[in-house]
Design a protein around this ligand. Structure first.
Ligand code: IPE
Ligand code: IPE
Ligand code: MG
Length: 227
């Protein structure tokens, strides 16, 4: 049997807060530790020959409900991460793009996001997508409004093209921390994805476990409604 190809991977990085609390640390320490894992996993994906993109859920449209201090911390961490990460993007030939409604972010953060995307736009080995102020429903609504504005009919093709991400079909979704839900992530793109859930908290996730999940994915039987 031919094994499944893995072009587009999506990850819900969950469990930073619980990882920190388990160690008697503040939740923010969990976010700091989690950031380091993004780099390792992205580098691994860049060196995985068939992979084209990896999409990380970094901040949801629902995450604004968190305490103001935690939200502010996450925004600062993101800004710092992107600036620091330029070296990795260049070394590993990785393109960075963001999806989500970025207008809600500060002008400074929006600028960092835009500059990082611009500077890495010709990199070709992998696209790292960060979902920022992202909600699956919000993305579909914004896409539908774009299509209507252009005076086109809503079809699978026109709506698909108007979505934030060029990667329409996610092959594999991984969620860490034991929760088994989508939390409004990539609702359109996940329609036929294989799902993998692990109890590992995100800061403890590593390339070895990713490899194990990929090995399992490779041997699954994907039918897409056929037989
Ligand atoms: C995921 O970890 C990171 C973000 C949502 C930004 P959490 O912060 O949700 O950690 P838990 O789920 O509370 O442990
Ligand atoms: C999903 O995690 C969002 C991100 C990982 C950015 P949450 O921790 O916010 O999701 P719920 O609240 O458990 O559904
Ligand atoms: Mg969580």
């Amino acid at each position: 049997m031919k094994s499944n190809s893995l072009k587009n991977l999506a990850i819900i990085m969950d469990g930073n807060g619980r990882w920190a609390q388990q160690r008697g640390l503040r939740r923010t320490k969990g976010h700091e530790a989690g950031i380091e894992v993004i780099r390792d996993i992205t580098t691994y994906c860049a060196n995985h020959t068939e992979m084209e993109s990896v999409t990380f859920y970094a901040f949801s449209t629902e995450n604004w409900k968190r305490p103001k201090l935690e939200v502010e911390f996450l925004m600062k961490l993101l800004d710092r991460y992107l600036k620091k990460e330029l070296i990795t993007y260049e070394l590993e030939n990785i393109r960075f793009i963001a999806i989500g409604d970025l207008e809600k972010f500060s002008a400074k953060l929006q600028e960092t996001i835009a500059i990082t995307a611009e500077k890495t736009k010709n990199n070709t080995k992998l696209t790292q997508v960060l979902a920022l102020n992202y909600g699956g429903r919000d993305e579909i609504i914004r896409a539908a409004n774009r299509v209507v504005k252009q005076g086109e009919a809503i079809t699978e093709a026109s709506l698909g093209l108007a979505l934030d991400t060029p990667y329409q079909d996610i092959d594999l979704l991984i969620r860490t921390s034991g929760e088994q839900r989508l939390s409004n992530y990539l609702l359109w793109q996940l329609s036929y994805s294989e799902l993998a859930f692990t109890p590992t908290f995100w800061p403890d996730f590593n390339t070895l476990e990713l490899q194990q999940i990929i090995d399992d994915f490779k041997n699954r039987k994907r039918r897409f409604g056929g037989i």
